[in-house]
Design a protein around this ligand. Structure first.
Ligand code: UD1
Length: 429
Protein backbone atom coordinates (compact mmCIF):
# COMPACT_ATOMS: atom_id res chain seq x y z
CA UNK A 1 0.00 0.00 0.00
CA UNK A 2 1.28 3.46 -0.88
CA UNK A 3 2.59 5.84 1.77
CA UNK A 4 3.38 9.53 1.72
CA UNK A 5 6.73 10.57 3.15
CA UNK A 6 7.27 14.17 4.21
CA UNK A 7 10.34 15.99 5.47
CA UNK A 8 8.79 18.86 7.35
CA UNK A 9 9.84 22.42 8.03
CA UNK A 10 9.78 24.01 4.57
CA UNK A 11 7.68 27.04 3.70
CA UNK A 12 5.39 26.76 0.67
CA UNK A 13 5.96 29.19 -2.21
CA UNK A 14 4.54 29.10 -5.73
CA UNK A 15 1.26 28.35 -7.46
CA UNK A 16 -1.23 25.57 -6.80
CA UNK A 17 -3.95 25.06 -9.40
CA UNK A 18 -7.31 24.25 -7.82
CA UNK A 19 -9.12 21.28 -9.35
CA UNK A 20 -12.83 20.81 -10.03
CA UNK A 21 -14.88 20.02 -6.93
CA UNK A 22 -15.26 16.34 -6.11
CA UNK A 23 -18.56 16.97 -4.33
CA UNK A 24 -20.00 18.61 -7.43
CA UNK A 25 -18.44 16.28 -10.01
CA UNK A 26 -20.04 13.19 -8.43
CA UNK A 27 -23.71 14.35 -8.47
CA UNK A 28 -23.15 15.99 -11.87
CA UNK A 29 -22.00 12.67 -13.31
CA UNK A 30 -25.05 11.03 -11.71
CA UNK A 31 -27.29 13.64 -13.38
CA UNK A 32 -26.34 12.09 -16.73
CA UNK A 33 -28.77 9.25 -15.86
CA UNK A 34 -31.66 11.70 -16.29
CA UNK A 35 -31.36 12.03 -20.07
CA UNK A 36 -30.81 9.84 -23.08
CA UNK A 37 -28.75 12.63 -24.63
CA UNK A 38 -25.10 13.42 -24.04
CA UNK A 39 -24.00 15.37 -20.94
CA UNK A 40 -20.55 16.92 -21.32
CA UNK A 41 -18.74 17.86 -18.12
CA UNK A 42 -15.54 19.91 -18.16
CA UNK A 43 -13.05 20.38 -15.32
CA UNK A 44 -13.69 16.93 -13.81
CA UNK A 45 -10.94 16.15 -11.28
CA UNK A 46 -8.81 13.01 -11.50
CA UNK A 47 -9.80 11.23 -8.32
CA UNK A 48 -10.36 7.66 -7.19
CA UNK A 49 -14.00 8.48 -6.33
CA UNK A 50 -14.60 9.80 -9.85
CA UNK A 51 -13.08 6.62 -11.30
CA UNK A 52 -15.28 4.47 -9.09
CA UNK A 53 -18.42 6.36 -10.08
CA UNK A 54 -17.41 5.97 -13.73
CA UNK A 55 -17.42 2.23 -13.15
CA UNK A 56 -20.76 2.31 -11.30
CA UNK A 57 -22.45 4.38 -14.03
CA UNK A 58 -20.96 2.07 -16.65
CA UNK A 59 -22.71 -0.78 -14.85
CA UNK A 60 -26.05 1.01 -15.37
CA UNK A 61 -25.25 1.35 -19.08
CA UNK A 62 -23.86 4.88 -19.24
CA UNK A 63 -21.31 5.33 -22.05
CA UNK A 64 -18.43 7.50 -20.84
CA UNK A 65 -15.68 9.04 -22.95
CA UNK A 66 -12.88 10.80 -21.15
CA UNK A 67 -10.49 13.28 -22.67
CA UNK A 68 -7.94 15.59 -21.16
CA UNK A 69 -4.40 15.37 -19.99
CA UNK A 70 -3.28 12.29 -18.20
CA UNK A 71 -1.81 12.01 -14.74
CA UNK A 72 1.83 13.06 -14.90
CA UNK A 73 1.30 15.59 -17.68
CA UNK A 74 2.60 19.07 -17.05
CA UNK A 75 -0.65 20.95 -17.15
CA UNK A 76 -3.26 20.66 -14.44
CA UNK A 77 -6.35 21.18 -16.56
CA UNK A 78 -9.30 18.99 -15.57
CA UNK A 79 -10.70 16.21 -17.68
CA UNK A 80 -13.70 16.38 -19.99
CA UNK A 81 -16.30 13.64 -19.58
CA UNK A 82 -18.91 12.84 -22.20
CA UNK A 83 -21.61 10.79 -20.54
CA UNK A 84 -24.44 9.24 -22.50
CA UNK A 85 -27.17 7.25 -20.73
CA UNK A 86 -29.09 6.44 -23.92
CA UNK A 87 -29.86 2.92 -22.74
CA UNK A 88 -30.05 2.18 -19.05
CA UNK A 89 -29.45 -1.55 -18.94
CA UNK A 90 -29.51 -2.16 -15.18
CA UNK A 91 -31.30 -0.27 -12.38
CA UNK A 92 -29.47 -2.12 -9.61
CA UNK A 93 -26.52 -0.58 -7.76
CA UNK A 94 -24.90 -3.48 -5.90
CA UNK A 95 -23.46 -3.54 -2.39
CA UNK A 96 -19.86 -4.16 -3.43
CA UNK A 97 -19.89 -0.84 -5.34
CA UNK A 98 -22.11 1.39 -3.17
CA UNK A 99 -20.27 0.35 0.01
CA UNK A 100 -17.03 1.78 -1.43
CA UNK A 101 -18.42 5.27 -1.89
CA UNK A 102 -21.46 6.69 -0.16
CA UNK A 103 -22.33 9.24 -2.82
CA UNK A 104 -23.02 6.41 -5.29
CA UNK A 105 -26.29 5.85 -3.36
CA UNK A 106 -27.48 9.05 -5.05
CA UNK A 107 -28.09 7.18 -8.33
CA UNK A 108 -31.38 6.20 -6.71
CA UNK A 109 -33.16 9.49 -7.54
CA UNK A 110 -32.43 9.64 -11.29
CA UNK A 111 -32.91 5.89 -11.83
CA UNK A 112 -36.31 6.00 -10.16
CA UNK A 113 -37.37 9.20 -11.92
CA UNK A 114 -36.41 8.01 -15.38
CA UNK A 115 -36.96 4.25 -15.22
CA UNK A 116 -39.72 4.05 -12.58
CA UNK A 117 -37.66 1.66 -10.48
CA UNK A 118 -34.33 1.20 -8.73
CA UNK A 119 -32.64 -1.24 -6.41
CA UNK A 120 -29.76 0.37 -4.58
CA UNK A 121 -27.71 -1.05 -1.76
CA UNK A 122 -27.76 0.83 1.54
CA UNK A 123 -24.36 2.49 1.85
CA UNK A 124 -23.55 1.17 5.31
CA UNK A 125 -21.45 2.81 8.01
CA UNK A 126 -18.47 5.01 7.64
CA UNK A 127 -15.54 6.10 9.77
CA UNK A 128 -16.94 9.57 10.50
CA UNK A 129 -20.38 8.55 11.73
CA UNK A 130 -23.52 6.56 11.02
CA UNK A 131 -24.66 8.66 8.02
CA UNK A 132 -28.18 7.30 7.51
CA UNK A 133 -30.31 7.84 4.37
CA UNK A 134 -33.84 8.23 5.75
CA UNK A 135 -34.11 11.83 4.47
CA UNK A 136 -33.42 10.59 0.94
CA UNK A 137 -36.10 7.92 1.27
CA UNK A 138 -38.66 10.30 2.83
CA UNK A 139 -38.12 12.72 -0.07
CA UNK A 140 -38.65 9.95 -2.64
CA UNK A 141 -41.76 8.71 -0.79
CA UNK A 142 -43.16 12.26 -0.86
CA UNK A 143 -42.65 12.22 -4.64
CA UNK A 144 -44.78 9.06 -4.84
CA UNK A 145 -42.23 6.25 -4.62
CA UNK A 146 -43.00 2.96 -2.95
CA UNK A 147 -40.04 1.82 -0.94
CA UNK A 148 -39.10 -1.46 0.68
CA UNK A 149 -35.88 -2.42 2.38
CA UNK A 150 -34.85 -5.99 1.76
CA UNK A 151 -31.57 -7.69 2.55
CA UNK A 152 -29.68 -4.42 2.74
CA UNK A 153 -31.17 -3.03 -0.46
CA UNK A 154 -33.60 -0.16 -1.00
CA UNK A 155 -36.10 -1.44 -3.55
CA UNK A 156 -38.21 1.33 -4.95
CA UNK A 157 -40.71 1.89 -7.70
CA UNK A 158 -43.05 4.57 -8.94
CA UNK A 159 -45.49 2.86 -11.27
CA UNK A 160 -47.21 5.94 -12.63
CA UNK A 161 -44.03 8.04 -12.47
CA UNK A 162 -43.03 10.54 -9.77
CA UNK A 163 -45.21 13.56 -9.05
CA UNK A 164 -44.23 16.92 -7.56
CA UNK A 165 -44.64 17.39 -3.80
CA UNK A 166 -43.59 19.46 -0.83
CA UNK A 167 -40.46 18.12 0.82
CA UNK A 168 -39.38 19.62 4.11
CA UNK A 169 -36.11 18.30 5.53
CA UNK A 170 -35.84 18.13 9.34
CA UNK A 171 -32.09 18.77 9.08
CA UNK A 172 -29.89 20.12 6.31
CA UNK A 173 -28.50 17.28 4.20
CA UNK A 174 -26.43 17.82 1.08
CA UNK A 175 -27.03 14.33 -0.26
CA UNK A 176 -30.79 14.30 0.41
CA UNK A 177 -31.08 17.69 -1.31
CA UNK A 178 -29.30 16.24 -4.36
CA UNK A 179 -31.64 13.23 -4.33
CA UNK A 180 -34.76 15.43 -4.13
CA UNK A 181 -33.50 17.83 -6.78
CA UNK A 182 -32.46 15.14 -9.25
CA UNK A 183 -35.69 13.16 -8.83
CA UNK A 184 -38.02 16.19 -8.90
CA UNK A 185 -36.51 17.40 -12.17
CA UNK A 186 -38.32 14.54 -13.94
CA UNK A 187 -41.44 14.44 -11.70
CA UNK A 188 -44.85 15.61 -12.90
CA UNK A 189 -45.72 19.09 -11.58
CA UNK A 190 -44.14 21.30 -8.96
CA UNK A 191 -41.86 20.31 -6.09
CA UNK A 192 -40.99 22.58 -3.21
CA UNK A 193 -37.93 21.67 -1.15
CA UNK A 194 -37.71 23.37 2.24
CA UNK A 195 -34.61 23.46 4.45
CA UNK A 196 -32.54 22.50 1.42
CA UNK A 197 -28.74 22.47 1.64
CA UNK A 198 -27.28 25.76 0.35
CA UNK A 199 -23.85 24.32 -0.48
CA UNK A 200 -22.34 25.70 -3.73
CA UNK A 201 -22.23 22.16 -5.12
CA UNK A 202 -26.05 21.98 -4.92
CA UNK A 203 -26.23 25.22 -6.92
CA UNK A 204 -23.75 23.82 -9.43
CA UNK A 205 -25.87 20.71 -9.96
CA UNK A 206 -29.03 22.87 -10.27
CA UNK A 207 -27.31 25.04 -12.88
CA UNK A 208 -26.41 21.96 -14.88
CA UNK A 209 -29.99 20.64 -14.61
CA UNK A 210 -31.27 24.03 -15.81
CA UNK A 211 -28.92 23.75 -18.81
CA UNK A 212 -30.47 20.30 -19.40
CA UNK A 213 -33.92 21.87 -19.58
CA UNK A 214 -35.08 21.70 -15.94
CA UNK A 215 -37.03 24.56 -14.43
CA UNK A 216 -35.47 25.29 -11.03
CA UNK A 217 -35.60 28.40 -8.85
CA UNK A 218 -33.94 29.15 -5.54
CA UNK A 219 -31.03 26.67 -5.62
CA UNK A 220 -28.32 27.90 -3.27
CA UNK A 221 -31.02 29.04 -0.79
CA UNK A 222 -33.02 26.93 1.72
CA UNK A 223 -36.11 26.95 -0.54
CA UNK A 224 -35.92 25.36 -3.98
CA UNK A 225 -38.84 25.24 -6.40
CA UNK A 226 -38.76 22.79 -9.30
CA UNK A 227 -41.22 22.42 -12.16
CA UNK A 228 -40.66 18.88 -13.33
CA UNK A 229 -39.96 18.27 -17.02
CA UNK A 230 -41.15 15.31 -19.06
CA UNK A 231 -37.71 14.91 -20.58
CA UNK A 232 -34.32 16.51 -20.08
CA UNK A 233 -31.80 17.01 -22.85
CA UNK A 234 -28.03 17.07 -23.24
CA UNK A 235 -25.89 19.98 -22.06
CA UNK A 236 -22.33 21.11 -21.43
CA UNK A 237 -21.27 22.22 -17.96
CA UNK A 238 -18.00 22.98 -16.20
CA UNK A 239 -17.49 21.72 -12.63
CA UNK A 240 -16.94 24.55 -10.15
CA UNK A 241 -13.58 24.80 -8.30
CA UNK A 242 -13.11 22.70 -5.17
CA UNK A 243 -13.59 24.90 -2.09
CA UNK A 244 -12.37 22.17 0.25
CA UNK A 245 -9.15 21.71 -1.72
CA UNK A 246 -8.78 25.51 -1.70
CA UNK A 247 -9.25 25.71 2.07
CA UNK A 248 -6.91 22.79 2.63
CA UNK A 249 -3.99 24.39 0.78
CA UNK A 250 -4.74 27.76 2.36
CA UNK A 251 -4.39 26.08 5.75
CA UNK A 252 -1.20 24.34 4.66
CA UNK A 253 0.33 27.73 3.78
CA UNK A 254 -0.93 29.22 7.04
CA UNK A 255 0.81 26.33 8.80
CA UNK A 256 4.18 26.38 7.04
CA UNK A 257 4.41 30.06 6.16
CA UNK A 258 5.19 31.21 2.63
CA UNK A 259 3.26 32.71 -0.24
CA UNK A 260 1.08 30.66 -2.60
CA UNK A 261 -1.33 31.54 -5.40
CA UNK A 262 -4.33 29.20 -5.36
CA UNK A 263 -5.09 29.52 -9.05
CA UNK A 264 -8.74 29.32 -10.01
CA UNK A 265 -9.95 29.44 -6.38
CA UNK A 266 -13.07 31.47 -5.63
CA UNK A 267 -13.43 33.49 -2.43
CA UNK A 268 -17.24 33.41 -2.45
CA UNK A 269 -17.19 29.62 -2.04
CA UNK A 270 -15.53 29.71 1.38
CA UNK A 271 -15.91 33.09 3.03
CA UNK A 272 -16.42 31.62 6.52
CA UNK A 273 -13.21 29.60 6.41
CA UNK A 274 -11.22 32.48 4.92
CA UNK A 275 -12.48 34.83 7.64
CA UNK A 276 -11.27 32.36 10.24
CA UNK A 277 -7.90 32.07 8.51
CA UNK A 278 -7.52 35.83 8.43
CA UNK A 279 -8.12 35.88 12.19
CA UNK A 280 -5.24 33.44 12.61
CA UNK A 281 -2.97 36.04 11.02
CA UNK A 282 -2.91 34.62 7.49
CA UNK A 283 -3.05 37.11 4.63
CA UNK A 284 -5.52 36.39 1.84
CA UNK A 285 -5.78 38.55 -1.25
CA UNK A 286 -8.34 38.12 -4.03
CA UNK A 287 -6.78 38.48 -7.47
CA UNK A 288 -7.85 37.81 -11.07
CA UNK A 289 -5.90 34.57 -10.98
CA UNK A 290 -7.38 33.27 -7.74
CA UNK A 291 -6.59 33.60 -4.04
CA UNK A 292 -3.13 34.55 -2.86
CA UNK A 293 -2.44 33.17 0.60
CA UNK A 294 0.60 34.15 2.65
CA UNK A 295 1.98 34.18 6.14
CA UNK A 296 5.37 35.57 7.06
CA UNK A 297 7.20 35.11 10.34
CA UNK A 298 4.19 36.08 12.48
CA UNK A 299 2.81 33.40 14.81
CA UNK A 300 -0.52 31.65 14.33
CA UNK A 301 -3.29 33.17 16.46
CA UNK A 302 -5.77 30.68 18.02
CA UNK A 303 -9.38 30.93 16.78
CA UNK A 304 -12.48 29.02 17.96
CA UNK A 305 -14.55 27.37 15.26
CA UNK A 306 -17.90 25.58 14.99
CA UNK A 307 -18.71 23.55 11.90
CA UNK A 308 -22.02 24.35 10.24
CA UNK A 309 -23.83 23.80 6.96
CA UNK A 310 -22.95 26.32 4.23
CA UNK A 311 -22.31 29.26 4.49
CA UNK A 312 -20.79 28.31 7.88
CA UNK A 313 -17.38 26.77 8.48
CA UNK A 314 -17.40 23.40 6.61
CA UNK A 315 -16.99 20.12 8.45
CA UNK A 316 -14.77 19.03 5.55
CA UNK A 317 -12.14 21.57 6.71
CA UNK A 318 -12.38 20.80 10.42
CA UNK A 319 -9.49 18.31 10.55
CA UNK A 320 -7.20 20.57 8.51
CA UNK A 321 -7.98 23.53 10.74
CA UNK A 322 -7.28 21.44 13.81
CA UNK A 323 -3.85 20.61 12.38
CA UNK A 324 -3.20 24.33 11.99
CA UNK A 325 -4.33 25.08 15.54
CA UNK A 326 -1.85 22.56 16.97
CA UNK A 327 0.83 25.19 16.34
CA UNK A 328 -1.19 28.24 17.42
CA UNK A 329 0.07 30.58 20.11
CA UNK A 330 -2.64 29.66 22.60
CA UNK A 331 -5.71 27.46 22.98
CA UNK A 332 -8.58 27.05 20.55
CA UNK A 333 -11.87 25.15 20.68
CA UNK A 334 -13.24 23.31 17.67
CA UNK A 335 -16.84 22.13 17.77
CA UNK A 336 -18.07 19.55 15.26
CA UNK A 337 -21.84 19.71 14.77
CA UNK A 338 -22.34 17.82 11.49
CA UNK A 339 -20.86 14.36 12.10
CA UNK A 340 -20.72 12.78 15.54
CA UNK A 341 -17.48 10.90 15.14
CA UNK A 342 -15.32 13.15 13.07
CA UNK A 343 -12.33 13.35 15.41
CA UNK A 344 -10.39 10.30 14.27
CA UNK A 345 -7.45 12.53 13.35
CA UNK A 346 -6.99 13.66 16.98
CA UNK A 347 -5.05 10.57 18.03
CA UNK A 348 -2.87 10.71 14.94
CA UNK A 349 -2.11 14.43 15.33
CA UNK A 350 -1.15 13.58 18.93
CA UNK A 351 1.51 11.25 17.52
CA UNK A 352 3.12 14.35 15.99
CA UNK A 353 3.15 15.99 19.42
CA UNK A 354 -0.17 17.87 19.29
CA UNK A 355 -2.00 18.52 22.56
CA UNK A 356 -5.70 17.97 21.99
CA UNK A 357 -8.40 16.92 24.44
CA UNK A 358 -11.90 15.79 23.50
CA UNK A 359 -15.14 16.40 25.33
CA UNK A 360 -18.19 15.32 23.35
CA UNK A 361 -18.35 17.35 20.18
CA UNK A 362 -15.64 19.80 21.26
CA UNK A 363 -11.91 19.45 20.75
CA UNK A 364 -9.67 21.74 22.76
CA UNK A 365 -6.35 22.32 21.07
CA UNK A 366 -3.46 23.72 23.04
CA UNK A 367 -0.92 25.10 20.60
CA UNK A 368 2.60 23.68 20.93
CA UNK A 369 5.96 25.19 20.02
CA UNK A 370 6.88 22.39 17.64
CA UNK A 371 5.55 19.17 16.12
CA UNK A 372 7.83 16.19 15.52
CA UNK A 373 7.56 13.81 12.57
CA UNK A 374 6.17 10.31 13.15
CA UNK A 375 4.45 7.47 11.29
CA UNK A 376 0.70 8.15 11.22
CA UNK A 377 -2.38 6.50 9.77
CA UNK A 378 -4.99 8.12 7.54
CA UNK A 379 -8.53 7.23 8.65
CA UNK A 380 -10.72 9.16 6.25
CA UNK A 381 -10.38 11.59 3.41
CA UNK A 382 -10.17 14.91 5.24
CA UNK A 383 -8.41 13.46 8.28
CA UNK A 384 -5.63 12.15 6.06
CA UNK A 385 -4.86 15.55 4.61
CA UNK A 386 -4.76 17.07 8.10
CA UNK A 387 -1.88 14.69 8.80
CA UNK A 388 -0.11 15.92 5.67
CA UNK A 389 -0.51 19.50 6.93
CA UNK A 390 0.87 18.43 10.31
CA UNK A 391 3.76 16.65 8.61
CA UNK A 392 4.66 19.70 6.50
CA UNK A 393 5.26 21.69 9.67
CA UNK A 394 6.75 18.94 11.82
CA UNK A 395 10.47 18.58 12.40
CA UNK A 396 11.93 15.52 10.69
CA UNK A 397 10.12 12.76 8.81
CA UNK A 398 6.41 11.97 8.83
CA UNK A 399 5.00 8.97 6.99
CA UNK A 400 1.29 8.91 6.29
CA UNK A 401 -0.02 5.38 5.80
CA UNK A 402 -3.23 4.33 3.99
CA UNK A 403 -3.06 7.17 1.52
CA UNK A 404 -5.80 5.67 -0.63
CA UNK A 405 -8.09 7.92 1.43
CA UNK A 406 -6.21 10.95 0.05
CA UNK A 407 -6.51 9.75 -3.53
CA UNK A 408 -10.29 9.72 -3.16
CA UNK A 409 -10.44 13.49 -2.89
CA UNK A 410 -7.15 15.26 -3.63
CA UNK A 411 -5.85 15.38 -7.17
CA UNK A 412 -2.06 15.04 -7.45
CA UNK A 413 -1.50 16.27 -3.92
CA UNK A 414 2.22 15.51 -3.76
CA UNK A 415 2.91 17.09 -7.15
CA UNK A 416 1.08 20.25 -6.25
CA UNK A 417 2.98 20.56 -2.96
CA UNK A 418 6.39 19.61 -4.41
CA UNK A 419 6.09 22.46 -6.90
CA UNK A 420 5.77 24.83 -3.97
CA UNK A 421 8.94 23.55 -2.35
CA UNK A 422 7.61 20.85 -0.03
CA UNK A 423 9.71 17.73 0.49
CA UNK A 424 6.98 15.17 0.00
CA UNK A 425 6.94 11.95 -1.97
CA UNK A 426 4.80 8.90 -2.52
CA UNK A 427 6.39 5.60 -1.66
CA UNK A 428 4.83 2.59 -3.36
CA UNK A 429 4.30 -0.80 -1.80
C1 UD1 B 1 -21.85 15.64 1.88
C2 UD1 B 1 -20.43 15.71 1.38
C3 UD1 B 1 -19.44 15.56 2.53
C4 UD1 B 1 -19.74 16.60 3.61
C5 UD1 B 1 -21.21 16.55 4.03
C6 UD1 B 1 -21.59 17.66 4.99
C7 UD1 B 1 -20.48 14.86 -0.89
C8 UD1 B 1 -20.09 13.78 -1.83
N1 UD1 B 1 -20.20 14.65 0.40
O1 UD1 B 1 -22.04 14.36 2.46
O2 UD1 B 1 -18.12 15.77 2.01
O3 UD1 B 1 -18.94 16.32 4.75
O4 UD1 B 1 -22.06 16.65 2.87
O5 UD1 B 1 -21.29 18.89 4.43
O6 UD1 B 1 -20.99 15.88 -1.28
N2 UD1 B 1 -28.28 12.76 7.77
C9 UD1 B 1 -29.30 12.05 8.37
N3 UD1 B 1 -30.17 11.36 7.56
C10 UD1 B 1 -30.05 11.37 6.20
C11 UD1 B 1 -29.00 12.11 5.60
C12 UD1 B 1 -28.13 12.80 6.42
O7 UD1 B 1 -29.44 12.01 9.60
O8 UD1 B 1 -30.87 10.73 5.53
C13 UD1 B 1 -27.33 13.50 8.65
C14 UD1 B 1 -25.91 12.95 8.57
O9 UD1 B 1 -25.73 11.87 9.41
C15 UD1 B 1 -25.11 14.16 9.00
C16 UD1 B 1 -25.90 15.34 8.42
O10 UD1 B 1 -27.21 14.83 8.16
O11 UD1 B 1 -25.09 14.27 10.39
C17 UD1 B 1 -25.35 15.93 7.15
O12 UD1 B 1 -25.07 14.90 6.23
P1 UD1 B 1 -25.19 15.13 4.65
O13 UD1 B 1 -25.22 16.59 4.37
O14 UD1 B 1 -26.29 14.29 4.14
O15 UD1 B 1 -23.80 14.53 4.16
P2 UD1 B 1 -23.51 13.83 2.77
O16 UD1 B 1 -24.44 14.35 1.74
O17 UD1 B 1 -23.40 12.37 2.97
Amino acid sequence: MDRIRIQGGRALNGTIPISGAKNAALPLMIASLLTEEKLILDNVPRLADVGLLQYILGNHGVDIMVSGKRAGDEEHAGQTFELCAKNIVDTTAPYHLVSKMRASFWVIGPLLARMGQAKVSLPGGCAIGTRPVEFHLDALRALGAEIEIEEGYVITQAKGGLRGAKISFPKVSVGATHTALLAASLARGETLIENAACEPEVLDVANCLIAMGANIEGAGTPTIRIQGAQKLHGARHSVLPDRIETGTYAMAVAMTGGDVMLAGAREDLLTAALDVLRKTGTKIAVTNEGLRVSRNGAGIAPVDVTTEPFPGFPTDLQAQFMALMTRAKGTSRIRETIFENRFMHVQELARLGAKISLDGDVATVEGVERLKGAPVMATDLRASVSLVIGGLAAEGETTVHRVYHLDRGFERLEQKLVRCGALIERVSG
